[in-house]
Design a protein around this ligand. Structure first.
Ligand code: TXA
Ligand code: MG
Length: 322
């Protein structure tokens, strides 16, 4: 039921009700979360989920995160170990996705999980997101609301730039507060694993669990978290990392006021604040890409806290393109 024109809905009670109605009918609605905008569909409806893959141009093997409105709803979908309970208690709602064994009572369809026996679950902090999900009464599958391989959307205009005419509606609640996607932790058999660094710093998760997070297993056969595919988050311009100054033809993605000169410069955080830099990251990449520069030079950014996720996304933006 994707419409040729995409509705822009307000992030109020009427907008949430309309969004939920479209989702229940099998449509596609982009909605804000505190990390990035998600492209939602009924996770129990394989035809609706197919629409997500089509609108994004996404490879079918990528599993989708199921978004829920409460911890009780999450418990019907995934099997919570003691560690999963600890992390949900400490960080939900918030920018953390837990990959758990699929519960026997789960309603999420095979296609949304790409056939995996596990499920990524996320309880977002954005209240309009939870209102929409609660009003549908089912889990909502939602990848980031961008064309596959593009930069993730941090506001409703970014969503429309990629998906206008391909989805039914976008709920506009302004810019996202966190700005990078959720941190993904797998709690399957064995040690907890960090599958993707994101909007919740690793250090905070390790402090609650009392153990270091293991890394993602190797990707040889199938992607464990395809956000981990090398080239991803790619602007049209080339990207040069750890730049100490700008070269001719380059635009500058700055951190802490290092760059100067006539070229377009977007400073992620003039004061050197990593949370501010994360919130500005995808807008900065899109803005500099739109300047028409041949290449985007990126200033060095510390790797601790949210810097791990920022550097991960920038490394993917700079990776060789397929
Ligand atoms: O912040 C976020 O997580 C955003 C907002 C919209 O919630 N969503 C998001 O979704 O980033 P997406 O599809 O762009 O990235 C989800 C990542 C993918 O890399 C996918 O492979 C991984 O989560 N994933 C989902 N289910 C998984 C599973 N069962 N096992 C391993 N990885 C999984
Ligand atoms: Mg994505």
């Amino acid at each position: 039921m994707t419409q040729p024109t995409t509705l822009r809905l307000a992030a109020d009670a009427a907008g949430a009700a309309r969004a939920a109605e479209i989702l229940r009918a099998g449509g596609l609605v982009a909605f804000p979360t505190e990390t990035v905008y998600g492209l939602g569909a009924d996770a129990a409806n394989p035809r609706a989920v197919t629409g997500i893959y089509e609108a994004k141009g996404r490879p079918r093997f990528n599993p989708l995160i199921a978004h829920v409105a409460s911890v009780e709803q999450a418990r019907r979908e995934g099997v919570f170990s003691r560690q999963a309970e600890q992390l949900a208690e400490a960080f939900w709602p918030g920018p953390l996705t837990l990959v758990l064994p699929l519960a026997a009572t789960s309603s999420v369809c095979d296609l949304a999980r790409a056939g995996l026996p596990s499920l990524g679950l996320r309880l977002p902090a954005q209240s309009v997101a939870r209102d929409i999900i609660a009003a549908t009464g089912r889990p909502i599958a939602a990848p980031s609301a961008n064309r596959s391989g593009h930069v993730s959307p941090a506001n409703a205009d970014h969503v429309l730039a990629d998906l206008a005419g391909r989805i039914d509606a976008v709920v506009d609640d302004g810019p996202c507060a966190v700005g990078v996607e959720s941190t993904i932790v797998a709690l399957l058999d064995g040690a907890p694993r960090l599958l993707r660094p994101g909007g919740l710093a690793r250090e905070k998760i390790e402090a609650i669990l009392g153990v270091a997070l293991a890394g993602a297993p190797s990707q040889q056969n199938r992607p464990v978290a395809p956000g981990l595919l090398a080239s991803h988050y790619a602007p049209a311009a080339g990207v040069r990392l750890n730049a100490l100054s700008l070269q001719p033809g380059e635009a500058g993605l700055d951190f802490g006021g290092r760059f100067s000169g006539p070229a377009p410069i977007f400073d992620l955080s003039p004061s050197g604040d990593l949370a501010e830099a994360a919130a500005n990251l995808f807008s900065g990449l899109r803005t500099l890409d739109a300047s028409g520069a041949r290449r985007i030079a990126v200033a060095p950014i510390p790797g601790s806290g949210l810097g791990e996720a920022i550097n991960d996304r920038l490394a993917r933006a700079a990776a060789p393109r397929p």
